[in-house]
Design a protein around this ligand. Sequence first.
Ligand SMILES: *Cc1c(COP(=O)(O)O)cnc(C)c1O
Length: 244
Amino acid sequence: MVPVDRREEFARRLDAVRKRIDAACVAAGRAPGSVELLAVTKTVPAEDVATLLDLGLTAFAENRVQEAEAKAAAVAELRPEARARWHLVGSLQRNKARSVVHWADRVESVDSIRLADALDAAVRRHRETGGRTDRLPILLQYSVDGDPLRGGVPRADLIRLAEHVVSCAGLRLAGLMAVAPLGADPDAAFADVAAAAAALRDRFPQATVLSAGMSADLEAAIRHGSSLVRVGTALVGERPLTSR
Ligand SMILES: *Cc1c(COP(=O)(O)O)cnc(C)c1O
């Protein structure tokens, strides 16, 4: 086999993912281009993220704080003129909040008042020492099945958590993020997510973002109103099993 150039492979995969997103939009009666693509780059080396930047992607998602911090710095060195945006989509321990506010443009995995408080305190401390002056954009991670082990806030606590985030001077409530439970019917799961997002937006009109859909289920998520899909495998290939 002829070895495939990495850049060409990424370009081909990116094109295929964009076509899937556009086709799903059209099928759902939505405007193509109305859904944003977030490239999930966990376990992907900084050189490959730089290649994705060259191909026009600007938003990247990571699920581990240490890996993300190092990678954001490495990518900034590789492409000093580019402006990559980094989203945290993984579970976050409160003692890592201070690191996160240095590199994250958005945290999509806020699922508790304690975590919101830790991020809020970190933003305000960072601000006092001359760091970021904006509020840190936050998505609430919603749990479809209420399983506490998998993270996410259950429906019963969603509005209370949103009220709390809105009361935090360092945070800005931007919307909802959800992962369909393993083995669940994606249409049923994303219908539930859409209802939760609508309830949130009803109360907080600024919560416009709905981050839903990954490589395997982005079509179903787009059918149910996703405004941003988080795609890893379909863009960059399989991750090593241990890293999922
Ligand atoms: C890994 C991950 C993704 C991407 O999953 P793929 O199936 O590789 O597209 C999306 N969202 C979250 C929260 C993830 O951890």
